[in-house]
Ligand binder design. Structure first.
Ligand code: FE2
Ligand code: FE2
Length: 341
């Protein structure tokens, strides 16, 4: 491994210092080629390095090369990700209205916490509406720390129901747990770009305490309303990332134009070498949120007790468009029950 990270300095016969050896050892564990100038470079990349800071470096484990995931992310094409759009499913009954109303209230609260104010047309230039990289990251970290809860609660409760009811679940649990895992990967990725302060950590802690228990009780009462709620929450997430992408494209976030996506993101999304900017990263995250929006609106259309999971199903006519993990068929409002069951 050490030969892979030999520096120009060692090549001309100067012995590296203990500090540089330590740096190189850390880089070797993390799969980054690092020169003595401190500029990281991936083994499989010709683009200059990972300039994100390591707020949670990997634990020291001399015998372990890397930790692999059980849930391999589907590959998205650039074209598919750019086609993702903001959208809304109209509330059709009281359950939908309760779900949508709750999301509106939460959105208002989160906008206040993360310092986000969306300008009315013509007010975009006012300083109180300007978002910086730091403000966006605060918002993302808070959003993602909450977003990882519903899938885990839904998956856990369906798992327990299957155990105590001595009956099968028909594929919902895996999709819900995978969603929770995907949201946690979003959080870990953004934590590579910003280190939250004590206030933010306390907010995350408090929000989880309230949200986990609230969602847990709500899921026991009406899982259908809960999936609709997550569908609406994901509509907001797609909107948030779309606005961040627009800010980046408008040149309002110059720091991110120079920053490369963290290694954890490159590996998880299998980001191609030419598409590893922060804008690419936001396109991947937004596409994931669009998928959660579709999955949860679809789940909200189903019979919770009896219907199989359309995302884990093998269809009698595979040529017909049907729900699947990738972005081949994205339905902003989800699939109706009679289309998929
Ligand atoms: Fe997310
Ligand atoms: Fe999401």
């Amino acid at each position: 491994m050490s030969s892979l990270i030999a520096s120009p300095r060692t090549a001309i016969g100067t012995a590296p210092s203990a500090y540089h050896l330590l740096l190189n050892r850390h880089a070797a564990i993390y799969g980054i080629q690092r020169t003595f100038a401190g500029i990281g470079k991936r083994y499989n990349s010709s683009t200059p390095g990972d300039n994100s800071k390591e707020f949670f470096p990997p634990p020291k484990a001399p015998h372990i090369k890397q930790v692999k995931t059980a849930w391999v992310h589907p590959v998205y094409t650039d074209e598919q990700m750019r086609a993702v759009a903001v959208g809304h499913r109209d509330a059709k009954n009281w359950s939908d209205r309760v779900a949508f109303g709750t999301v509106r209230v939460l959105r208002w609260g989160m906008d206040r916490v993360s310092g986000y104010r969306h300008p009315a047309p013509g007010q975009e230039h006012l300083s109180r509406f300007q978002m910086t990289e730091k403000k966006w990251l605060t918002r993302f970290i808070f959003l993602e720390s909450v977003a990882g809860v519903p899938g885990m609660v839904g998956g856990m409760l369906r798992h327990l129901r299957s155990l105590r009811g001595l009956k099968r679940d028909n594929g919902w649990i895996e999709t819900l747990l995978e969603e929770a895992y995907n949201e946690r990967m979003h959080l870990l990725t953004f934590l590579k770009l910003a280190k939250p302060g004590l206030f933010m950590r306390l907010l995350v802690l408090g929000a989880q305490g309230v949200f986990f228990n609230g969602f847990f009780l709500s899921y026991l009462i009406s899982p259908r309303t809960c999936h609709r709620f997550v569908g609406y929450l994901e509509e907001e997430a797609v909107l948030t990332y779309t606005r961040a992408i627009q800010d980046l494209e408008a040149g309002k976030l110059p720091e991110w134009e120079k920053t490369e996506a963290p290694e954890i993101a490159v590996q998880y999304w299998k980001m191609p070498e030419e598409n590893r900017t922060i804008k690419d990263l936001l396109l991947y995250v937004r596409a994931d949120e669009a998928k959660h929006r579709e999955v949860n609106h679809t789940f909200g259309n189903l019979n919770q007790a009896k219907d199989p999971n359309p995302y884990a199903a093998e269809y009698k006519d595979p040529a017909q468009p049907h729900p699947e993990k990738g972005l081949t068929h994205v339905r902003t409002k989800g699939w109706e029950r009679d289309e998929v069951i």
